[in-house]
Write a protein that binds this ligand. Structure first.
Ligand code: PMP
Length: 284
């Protein structure tokens, strides 16, 4: 039986509980972060902790948790579950409340940590690239809910995925209300054009993914030109290369978008170089 942590206490997963009055459950009033460990070490923990802390600050939630304390709790949980290569989810909810969405002062913030062994995706996905689609569901704008906040409300992404559930599509890409490419339901998107690596700026509503950050660092170190600029589906369809990033999938080449073949229909050179360098850095 796997173990989980709720408010600092270790429980067997099936007895780990939060209240039905928990606001994360009632209103999606909370944030989470998904991290990953390789050989027992949490990849880019500090970056994940900073994102989580900023998100908590953005919602005005009070959570007195230091980076080292959280790292220790996660490592303890990994050990207890005998996991070294794992997906780690830390959820922080505003706390218990009565009826009505009004945020209350003085509620006790609630948090949980769960971990799972991570099952690698089939190697041919990485070898050949995957197929993706643009969605008719739009990404909400930063003026309604800033995509930088990894909030407990993932309905926008879930609804976009639902639409393609029956199809053999790896990921769905959400556009802004203006029809600009924003991000996938659980991934950031990149294109390569004229040897430049381009990804949408986060003000369009994209999450500032930690993998995206690492990819931008890699491109910078390798002297590859980077642009954080909005682009349309036209630019996506006519890109030389395209790839997706996230903690779970790392760097995933895309071979087809909306039935259009991207570049040569297989992972491009820049994608492969970045992917290789990413795998090398995991071990740092
Ligand atoms: N965008 C969304 C909407 C996501 O859910 C994720 C996964 N956390 C990402 C992008 C990628 O972020 P990261 O590289 O930090 O996993």
């Amino acid at each position: 039986m796997p173990y989980a942590i709720v408010n600092g206490v270790l429980f067997k997963e099936d007895s780990a509980r939060v209240s039905v009055f928990e606001r994360g459950y009632l209103y999606g009033d909370g944030v989470f972060d998904t991290m990953r460990s390789y050989e027992g070490r949490i990849f880019r923990f500090q970056d994940h902790f900073e994102r989580l802390s900023k998100n908590i600050c953005a919602l005005g939630i009070e959570w007195e948790m230091g980076a080292e304390e959280l790292r220790r709790l996660i490592l303890r949980l990994l050990k207890k579950n005998r996991l070294s290569d794992a997906c780690i989810r830390v959820s922080v909810s505003r706390g218990k409340a009565g009826f009505g969405p009004r945020p209350l002062k003085g509620v006790d913030t609630c948090y949980s940590i769960v971990v799972r062994h991570i099952l690698p995706l089939p190697p041919n996905f990485y070898r050949n690239g995957v197929e993706i689609m643009t969605s008719s569901v739009r990404r909400f704008s930063a003026s309604s809910l800033d995509g930088k906040i990894k909030s407990m409300n993932y309905l926008n992404s879930i609804l976009a995925r639902e639409r393609v559930r029956a199809r053999k599509i790896f990921e769905t890409v959400l556009l802004s209300e203006d029809g600009l490419v924003v991000e996938g339901t659980f991934t950031n998107i990149f294109i390569v054009k004229d040897n430049k690596v381009i990804t949408p700026p986060s003000f369009l509503g994209a999450l500032e993914g930690i993998t995206r950050k690492v990819v931008l660092e890699i491109a910078d170190i390798m002297g590859i030109e980077i642009e954080l600029v909005p682009f349309t589906p036209y630019e996506l369809y006519t890109a030389d290369e395209c790839f997706l990033t996230s903690t779970g999938i790392e760097v995933m080449p895309v071979k087809m978008v909306d039935g259009r073949i991207i570049g040569k229909g297989k992972p491009g050179d820049i994608t492969e170089t970045i992917k290789r360098e990413f795998v090398r850095r995991r071990a740092d």
